[in-house]
Design a protein around this ligand. Structure first.
Ligand code: CA
Length: 644
């Protein structure tokens, strides 16, 4: 990210304009910017003749002035900007994309000038505010934004509420773990009355789809979310709530001048393909530091998800090391209470055992801190730089490869600084970082080279905890590939092969999905390290075809493509890893559904694991003939097809 934007550039090339249109390279996506009634800066978004966002407000309220109502508007010439980068941790390993860029500068009624930089790609709009340094004023505090998104009539929503602060388990919310409502009208109030967390998906009647999010949020800003529905199709950018982080820290953003805000992003398509395939969160950001380490991604075993706190002991964890070895996995994740239940003196024994089997180790930490009531240890190691650095050096010396840090305090700039400090210190010690109980990552895979993934979703733990989430597992799984996981790696911790959510696999909450469904989620859910919910007993009590598939499923992808689906009903995606293609689908509707496998050529060899009528998995190996093969997904079922 370029933080110090040269204002002179904007002035030297600017031409006065009453209204301005920024078109995408292919000419289909158009952003119109104008001063409404000669005063109020607004923008709108059209796609191939359809209105996707109506005139929506722009502006910031700050302690050096209100950037909104303006006297004039000028714009730089349109310039093409190409992004070409590799990133081994997202949906696609190599990205080459082009945007058209314009910087629009407004002169406010109080004569203060401010700019909005627009990047318009074929299916993505990104824009951010730039506030110049004028006179002696060297810093700014931004209280709120006028930034809005005004949808046409008939738009429906696929969004999830921002929770109250300081509620839930040990007062750890908000942590982006609320439920979605699919296809709801705009004119409703959210569950908590605090708006909705990013990303937010909208269906603009029969015209297409719009995904709203933000990227490039680091220690220089707070994370924001979408407001409650205002009126006339409008939602606006909302900042964190005062009560987050136990009331500590401001809700706005402080910066040195010139100031640059995060990017607000709008992804637009006739179908869901541009939403599933977007790379805008990473296109418009840059690495914030170089790393000297060679981080390795892969699969992990995770005792806590089914065996819970009782499994945090040497005997049980060694069983999970052995499971990782049998599966050919790279990691084991040691969850909470290890400081108490194993102890720091005995931890080296576990790590040495894992290393002797070729398995590397991730260790759990609480982020806390004064922002919740978490007592699960270790606490009070990640919030203080002196303690944190000492702890990380100790982990590095033990040969630990990563940490999972849980239970953050919300979205305030104060907390964004903590995320960044943890990532930066961890990289100094060759440690990768997974976040749980946390905010949405916003471009972090590219910004922080040792960042792995974040929970920020109603994840697998809920399936363990409550029958309701077993019942809703299929519904939720058809949302994430279209919403949460489109803009950031998602540490879901899924693929259960236990029928019952219990260590003995005989009682507890009952899984409703088929085994083929569970395998499909290993492909549908993207995170460069997947800590799967497999248990040692699955080696003998789960169908062998499932174990064989889970031994070879990759976690990094060269490409990702939307095939078919509708959020809340079903999803089919294709991802490639090297020359191997994986097509995966799940069905949340009450009826079986037949899918034709896309893009196959005569002679392709395909291995399909699908549901039989009774829901048990069947493996078929076939060579494609004249017709494309078809697969039936049972209700709450699915399939995976591997194409060689
Ligand atoms: Ca959680």
């Amino acid at each position: 990210m370029k933080r110090f934007y040269p204002l002179i550039f904007a002035i030297s090339l600017s031409l006065p304009a009453a209204a301005l249109t920024v078109k995408s390279p292919d000419g289909k996506l158009a952003v119109d910017v104008e001063l409404l009634r000669g005063k109020y800066p607004v923008y709108s978004v059209d796609y191939d003749g359809s209105t996707m966002l109506r005139q929506s407000p722009l502006g910031l309220t700050t302690n050096i002035g209100v950037f909104g109502k303006s006297k004039s508007m000028t714009a730089t010439d349109l310039t093409p900007v190409k992004f070409d980068y590799t990133l081994d941790r997202i949906k696609q390993s190599r990205v080459e994309t082009e945007y058209n860029k314009t910087v629009v500068t407004f002169v406010g009624v109080d004569s203060l000038s401010w700019s909005v930089e627009f990047l318009v790609g074929d299916n993505d709009v990104a824009f951010r505010y730039i506030i110049p340094k004028e006179g002696d004023t060297g810093s700014i505090y931004i209280d709120s934004e006028a930034t809005g998104f005004r949808f046409p009539k008939g738009t429906t929503t696929f969004i999830t509420p921002q929770s109250d602060p300081m509620i839930g388990w040990k007062r750890t919310k908000p942590s982006y773990e609320e439920e979605y409502v699919a296809d709801a009208p705009m004119d409703t109030t959210s569950q908590y009355g605090h708006g909705y967390t990013f990303p937010c998906l909208f269906k603009v009647a029969d015209e297409g789809w719009v995904l709203i999010s933000e990227t490039g949020v680091d220690s220089h800003y707070c994370a924001s979310h979408l407001s409650e529905y205002q009126n006339d199709g409008l939602y606006t950018i909302a900042y964190p709530m005062p009560g987050e982080n136990n009331g500590n820290g401001n809700t706005g953003a402080a910066q040195a001048l010139p100031a640059v805000t995060p990017w607000r992003t709008i992804t637009v398509g006739r179908t869901l393909a541009p939403i599933v395939e977007t790379t805008v969160p990473w296109d418009v950001v840059e690495p914030l530091y170089a790393t000297g380490h060679d981080y390795r991604y892969g699969r992990g075993t995770w005792s806590w998800i089914l065996w819970q706190d009782d499994s945090i002991n040497l005997d049980d964890l060694k069983k999970y090391v052995d499971l990782a070895e049998t599966m050919g996995y790279e990691y084991i994740l040691v969850d909470n209470w290890w400081d108490n239940n194993i102890g720091r003196e005995r931890l080296p024994e576990l790590i040495e055992y894992a290393h002797s089997k070729g398995i590397d180790v991730f260790m759990w930490y609480s982020s806390s801190g004064y922002w919740n009531d978490i007592e699960q240890g270790p606490i009070n190691h990640m919030d203080n730089p002196i303690v944190r650095k000492r702890e990380m050096r100790w982990l590095r010396d033990l040969g630990v490869k990563g940490i999972k840090v849980d239970f953050f305090g919300g979205d305030k700039q104060e907390t964004m600084r903590l995320y960044e400090s943890i990532l930066s210190d961890a990289d100094d010690n060759g440690l990768m970082v997974i976040f749980h109980g946390c905010t949405l990552p916003r471009g972090w895979e590219r910004m922080y080279p040792n960042y792995v993934g974040s929970e920020a979703v109603l994840a697998s733990e809920n399936i363990y905890f409550q029958q309701h989430f077993c019942d809703e597992e299929a519904f939720n799984a058809t949302l994430h590939p279209f919403i949460r996981n489109t803009v950031g790696s998602m540490e879901f911790g899924g693929t259960f092969l236990n029928k019952y959510m219990n260590r003995d696999n005989k009682k507890g909450n009952v899984r409703r999905t088929t085994d083929a469904f569970e395998l499909a989620t290993a492909v549908l859910f993207q995170n460069p390290i997947q800590n799967f919910a497999l248990a040692p007993n699955n080696l003998t009590d789960a169908p062998e075809v499932c174990i064989e598939f889970m031994k070879q499923v990759p976690t990094t992808w060269d490409s990702t493509r939307y095939v078919d689906g509708y959020p809340g009903q079903f999803v089919v995606l294709e991802r490639t890893h090297g020359s191997t293609r994986y097509i995966a689908g799940v069905n949340a509707t009450p009826s079986p559904m037949e899918i034709e496998l896309p893009g196959l050529d005569k002679g392709d060899r395909v291995e399909i694991i699908r549901d039989s009528k009774d829901g048990s998995p069947v493996k078929e190996i076939l060579t494609v003939g004249k017709k494309a093969p078809k697969v039936v997904m049972q209700s709450q079922g699915g399939f995976v097809a591997t194409v060689f």
